[in-house]
Design a protein around this ligand. Structure first.
Ligand code: ACM
Length: 683
């Protein structure tokens, strides 16, 4: 099977990294990288008679998914396939999919598959149809062109996921996400083999679950935006069709403003509540000493449990500071009488009671890591989110949970709303080899879940906040630990990004739509030059004190056109490094710097037409000033000249100022230019 010229390389690679060829070694554009790839010789050539046969014992979803695969492949190749529908066995078909048993959309289901492509035929084998569906996504990523023909490369893949829990949490409470967002998010998740959609349905800013028992909640706490039962049934069916589980979250006892707006008597403070419009951690909290709270939750949970078939039910439990508990004398007396020394103890008392309610409905508890106390039964899943993840080792609550005997899922490090570059999330590993856990403890780490908190995200922009970065994390959760080459990840991510657009995602197109809106014109080239080198302010800094914006702020601003990975700037900074080590001609950097240095005078007339863009005037000017410094630096480096007295420190000062944000975004090419200036230090 293995090409001769490849054999030496393969042996070499095996010695270094084990039995894998990484995407880089194979040259394939797959994401996530499969567990094992053997490259063969030759190609399978596609033509319009390409057809698919299904054999074995499979769930009917496979026929739908194979048909969807065929349509997507036809869109890619424009071959006008003669087969329209895939429905069962088809003698002579070129792609034969064989499955052992119907898959169940549940935790720990077998998602493995083997794909064998030779010049005449393709075989996709899997234990379950869900494994086969994962394999179809791989096959779709493999289509290429050779000598003017659409082809699949001859190869064999043995693949299975490293982690069983590969999730994405969508906060549909802060900003409601309509059905079209959920549909296209699920399509994209399936494309990169994610398998859990977690819906954060309730928070201080809104209640989105279609309760029948409590119409007051829909009347008072939704701003008219919530899912219907039919919506949720459809989303769950759509997800199951793709082998994706859907987990509901009802966040209690904190984050409870939306509930208390309708039922203030369930709160811990005698007050009226109004729906929260700002961002942050707020005090409204359910009263755990009030039996009516448990009656309410029993009724609500029974409805939620009826709609969502997955055995796991997320109860939130995060960020309850208990301030309203401290202020309430009756709650304090209750704590004393029941030997509950701390607010955490009181929350544990609450958790144990609601855990019993969930058991009644056949559900296991999942909750943010605050729910982990000795009294919490070991059947609960601890969702690890706290810690200083910038150090990339701070997964303490994950490890503590695994050591204490809980299954656990990592989100710390996967908060996509913080607008960190893909590389940063990509390198966060839930269970690195060097981790100090026993084999049994390690096996309790189920995987990870990305979080998309939506304080600053609306349906028009959520795709560009999720994608393509979510594909990089999807790879971390599926592929072998050794797959960690950031450069190769970015190479493949840019290809996957276009494939996601073909699926209907708006992460690329939304940028230009925002820029046209801001410019009030089709002429947006200079704005594109600028937006390509900025990233939104990171962490929670964009929304100063959580009060710069409200739920109703217009999130189609300059920063919303910017994305977390300013690729042009990253490549420029890398190019500077290559130039300084003699591996790149100065002319390449000059072309880029010329464009930037002339850009501000083109941006200015656009700003004049659009008051909403006045916030980027200094940002735009800073790009051009920094670029002019870069050009001067290259001129000096190339001529071997000496900078005039004070030039280096003055330039450094300008670059320092240019690091200041503008339009809630930050220029990302400053470090490259600073490297050019540094080269002239001390001359
Ligand atoms: C969280 O970010 N409060 C779970």
């Amino acid at each position: 099977m293995i090409k001769k010229s490849f054999q030496f390389q393969l042996v070499f690679v095996c010695i270094l990294f084990g039995p894998y060829l990484s995407a880089q070694e194979t040259g394939l554009d797959l994401m996530p990288v499969p567990k094992q790839v053997e490259i063969g010789e030759g190609q399978f050539v596609l033509n319009k008679d390409f057809s698919i046969s299904l054999t074995g014992n499979y769930h009917q979803r496979l026929a739908h998914e194979a048909t969807r695969f065929l349509r997507r492949l036809d869109q890619k190749t424009a071959l006008f396939f003669t087969q329209h529908k895939v429905s069962g066995e088809l003698p002579g078909a070129e792609l034969v999919i064989s499955v052992e048993r119907p898959g169940e959309v549940r935790l720990h289901e077998d998602e493995s598959y083997q794909l064998r492509i030779d010049a005449e035929s393709i075989e996709l084998k899997a234990q379950t149809d869900i494994g086969a569906i994962r394999g179809l996504e791989t096959l779709l990523q493999l289509v290429g062109v050779s000598n003017g023909q659409n082809i699949f490369p001859v190869l064999t893949i043995h693949d299975s996921p490293r982690f069983h829990w590969r999730g994405l949490m969508l906060d549909v409470a802060r900003h409601f996400m309509p059905m079209d967002v959920l549909y296209r998010t699920l399509d994209a998740m399936a494309a990169v083999k994610l398998n859990v959609l977690h819906l954060h349905l309730v928070d201080d800013q809104g209640f989105r679950f279609p309760t029948k028992a409590f119409p007051e909640l829909l009347e008072l706490s939704t701003d008219g935006q919530y899912y219907t039962r039919e919506d949720l049934d459809e989303i769950i069916a759509y997800a199951h069709q793709r082998g994706i589980r859907v987990i509901p979250e009802i966040d209690v006892p904190g984050h409870a403003t939306a509930i208390l707006v309708a039922f203030p008597e369930l709160g811990s403070k005698d007050t009226t509540y109004t729906l929260e419009r700002f961002s942050g951690i707020f005090d409204p909290t359910l009263d755990p000493t009030n039996d009516a709270v448990y009656d309410f939750l029993d009724e609500l949970f029974s409805e939620v449990a009826e709609v969502f078939p997955d055995p796991y039910f997320h109860i939130g439990g995060d960020e309850n500071l208990g301030r309203h508990w401290n202020e309430n004398e009756e709650i304090q007396a209750f704590m004393k009488a029941n030997n509950l020394a701390t607010n955490h103890d009181l929350q544990t008392y609450f958790n144990i009671r609601i855990q019993k309610i969930l058991n009644k409905y056949g559900k296991h508890t999942m909750g943010w890591d605050e729910i982990m106390t000795p009294e919490m039964p070991k059947s609960a899943i601890i969702h690890s989110w706290r810690g200083n993840w910038e150090g990339m080792v701070a997964k303490q609550t994950l490890y503590d949970a695994a050591r204490a005997g809980y299954e656990t899922v990592l989100s710390n490090g996967y908060y996509l709303d913080l607008m960190m570059p893909a590389s940063q999330h990509y390198l966060v590993d839930p269970a690195p080899a060097e981790m100090d856990l026993t084999e049994a403890e390690r096996s309790r780490i189920l995987g990870g879940e990305m979080c998309m908190w939506s304080e600053l995200v609306i349906p028009e922009t959520i795709d560009s906040r999720l994608w393509p970065r979510a594909a990089a994390v999807a790879e971390r959760l599926w592929s072998p630990e050794e797959i960690r080459d950031v450069q190769d990840m970015y190479r493949r991510l840019s290809i996957i990004s276009l494939q996601l657009e073909q699926l209907g995602l708006k992460h690329i197109s939304s940028r230009n739509a925002i820029l046209r809106k801001l410019a009030k014109s089709r002429e947006i080239e200079p704005l594109k030059v600028l937006v390509e080198v900025v990233e939104p302010m990171k962490g929670y800094t964009r929304n100063t004190n959580g009060t710069l914006y409200t739920t109703f702020s217009p999130f189609m601003l300059w920063a919303d056109a910017a994305t977390a990975d300013a690729t042009v700037a990253r490549v420029f900074n890398e190019d500077v490094g290559r130039y300084l080590s003699g591996k790149l001609e100065a002319s390449q950097l000059r072309t880029q710097l010329d464009l930037w240095s002339n850009n501000h005078k083109k941006v200015l007339p656009i700003i004049k037409r659009s008051p909403a863009l006045s916030e980027i005037e200094s940002l735009s000017e800073n790009l051009s000033r920094a670029a002019a410094i870069g050009l001067e630096a290259i001129g000096l480096i190339e001529s071997g000249g000496k900078p005039s007295s004070g030039w280096v420190s003055r330039s450094q000062q300008v670059l320092e100022e240019a690091r200041e944000n503008g339009g809630r975004t930050e220029l990302q090419m400053i470090s490259g230019i600073a490297m050019l200036v540094d080269e002239l230090k001390g001359l």
